[in-house]
Ligand binder design. Structure first.
Ligand code: NAI
Ligand code: MG
Length: 377
């Protein structure tokens, strides 16, 4: 008798052999709520993620909570355990809240936690989507629905935040400090390719790249050169170039003329806050720190910070965390679940169930409950 090929065992028709159960993917997610409103919005994000996993029943999400935060720093002198990268590499994705405490200098908290994860895990592409959600409005008087739909790609591993610099003669009048921006051909090329691919995947196939190559004549000029080089591989993408100062004007006056945008670490950091405000609130803006090579887990977080002024009041807008949770699902290969989650968020916004920053009066918990209900209905 001819041996049965292993693949044939999948055939339900082979008599007496039950087809193997299709294994449900179970994703391991590290949650790092950290500081301020971080825990409030991450709790909310996990609630809606659990609801979507339950509703669909086709995948599981398992969360582990890591207490890496400014409290940990104040107690132990460090935001992170020494083996934090090994710990994180065991996960499929990271859901991050926000870091920053009133009694810790911001450069200590940012470098101590967030940048200590993004840079070593090579999450070099920071993707920031902006849209005016239903039920919210742009502060731009003439911005009609659908006219502001952008995705900003921020170089997330080098540039102005490379960490190169130092101070001498501290405290003296002739104290000197340097903050050196590092731009590499490899770093620019990989973010350029990523941005072109993303632009290509969107209906308008438009990419605007932003530099300041009139005033900064080394690193920024290298950016320009590499962008035009990479453009040759993407003839179907319409490319244009803006200087960063003029870009702020174009974002405000002609939002409809932009689609995908790519810029350096600093420039895109600033432009994406502007984008979030133009779309209605920083409380809705998501961000994904991606390692496109998929060698390391990617990290998903709201754009906003720890918002001390509203911490503990129960009024933080959880929508940014919901949106970034939807992007996390998409990155994990569960795009339909991500779309369903965003559709539920949009439905709840449309009904006017929104927090104060969007002109509503709902609490974080009320918005979350409404989204969970919408998902499960
Ligand atoms: P922020 O984003 O925390 O707050 C700016 C303003 O927006 C505040 O008035 C705040 O109440 C409001 N806001 C922010 N998120 C909101 C939400 N979800 N719902 C409703 N309103 C919201 O920025 P800020 O005040 O400059 O920084 C506070 C701390 O956060 C600092 O320590 C800063 O370093 C840190 N930070 C951390 C970030 C991160 O972890 N990725 C990003 C930005 C700031
Ligand atoms: Mg920022």
């Amino acid at each position: 008798m001819a041996p049965i090929a292993l693949s044939a065992l999948n055939e339900p028709s082979v008599e007496g052999i039950a087809p193997p159960a299709v294994r449900k993917p179970a994703y391991k997610i590290a949650s790092i709520p950290a500081d301020g409103i971080g825990p409030e919005v991450v709790d909310a994000g996990i609630a809606v993620l659990k609801a979507i996993a339950k509703k669909r029943g086709t995948f599981e999400l398992n969360f582990d909570h890591l207490d890496w935060s400014s409290d940990r720093y104040k107690q132990t002198g460090s935001y992170l355990p020494e083996n934090h990268l090994d710990i994180l590499r065991a996960y499929d994705a990271i859901l991050f809240g926000a870091v920053g405490a009133p009694d810790v200098p911001d450069h200590i908290s940012l470098w101590g936690l967030r940048l200590a994860i993004c840079q070593p895990l090579q999450q070099y592409a920071n993707v920031r989507r902006t849209r005016v959600l239903p039920g919210t409005s742009s502060p731009l008087a003439n911005c009609k629905p659908g006219q502001l739909d952008w995705v900003i790609v921020r170089e997330n591993s080098e540039g102005e935040y490379a960490g190169q610099g130092g101070r001498s003669h501290t405290g003296h009048d002739h104290e000197v400090a340097t903050e050196v921006a590092i731009f590499t051909r490899t770093g620019i090329r990989r973010i350029a390719r990523f941005a072109f691919q993303l632009a290509q995947s969107r209906p308008r196939k438009m990419l605007t790249f932003v530099t300041k190559s009139n005033a900064q004549r080394s690193g920024m000029v290298l950016w320009d050169e590499v962008m035009y080089e990479v453009a040759k591989d993407f003839p179907d993408v319409k490319l244009d170039h803006m200087l960063v100062d003029a870009m702020t004007v174009r974002m405000v006056l002609h939002p409809e003329s932009l689609d995908t945008i790519v810029a350096t670490n600093l420039h895109a950091d600033i432009l994406s806050d502007l984008a979030a405000a133009l779309a209605g609130s920083i409380g809705i803006a998501p961000t994904a720190n991606l390692d496109p090579s998929r060698k390391n887990p990617s990290m998903f977080e709201p754009i906003h910070g720890s918002a001390f002024d509203i911490t503990g009041k129960g009024i933080a807008n959880p929508v940014a965390t919901f949106w970034t949770a939807a992007e996390m699902l998409e990155w994990l290969g569960e795009k339909e679940a991500g779309d369903q989650l965003m559709a539920a968020v949009e439905e709840v916004c449309k009904k006017g169930i929104k927090t104060r920053d969007l002109g509503g009066n709902a609490t974080t918990k009320e918005v979350t409950a409404a989204v969970v209900q919408e998902i499960l209905k």
